[in-house]
Ligand binder design. Sequence first.
Ligand code: SF4
Length: 286
Amino acid sequence: MQRTSKLLHIGDHSRDIAGLTYVYPVVSRRAGGVSIGINLNPNNACNWRCVYCQVPDLKRGSAPQLDLVTLEAELRTFLHEIVHGDFMQTHVIPEARRINDIALSGNGEPTSAREFAQVIELIGRVKADYNLPKNLKLVLITNGSLVNRPGVQAGVSAMAELNGEVWFKLDSVTREGRQRINNTRMSLMRMRENLRLATRLCPTWLQTCVFQINGMAPPVVESDAYLSFLESFLNEGEKLKGVLLYGLARPSMQPEAPRLTKVDQVWMETFSARIQALGVEVRLNP
Ligand code: SF4
């Protein structure tokens, strides 16, 4: 899940400032701070192909073999720069000079990295060596499709000890919808089981993107199915932190881009209210 899509920040996406392979800063005026992004997919590869994906030259595939020595060196360099150097003064407007989180997010699906659990261990180890805010979050922005892998579960479970949060993509609960939006054939049963696994291992938000295709807002059948899914998931006693509800914040880099437009504010707010009526917190990022 690439940072630009997954965090959907409006702001200065200054990946080039650091010029590193895996680590990059995202300065967000709206969130009022700096996120330390970790991109495990420098090869722009994802196992899905969402029509709104903002990764340029996206290709199907997995993260490449990671160079953990380089990743650790980059993370240390960057944290040193933020904590002891002049990064904030040089690159960040005064009102955003704080660290918001460390986020596993990049140009593809981060959990497709074989070394995913080792990466979490590495982050925990490095983080402990710096004087960082106690409540600094570690966010995993994921399409959730690989949570059934034991290595991913080990990493997600370790995240819970590091003030972790999983942002689990859920754009549609119908087979057609997931095929149309995410270009995946993953079954609803697999998605539900993976969501269940994630929520039990680490606090989890759903991350849902809504938009118009060819000028048409999501069909009623889609939004009704989404709400029924949520209701039944919660009725089974599963816990969710809430729903991050996004519109199209930045342009898609996929061939479908010309067909995609934002849903209007009223649609977003109505849908948000229906989710909240289920007792679920919604954070709206139109
Ligand atoms: S899950 Fe979708 S939005 Fe995220 S990187 Fe893959 S294709 Fe892009």
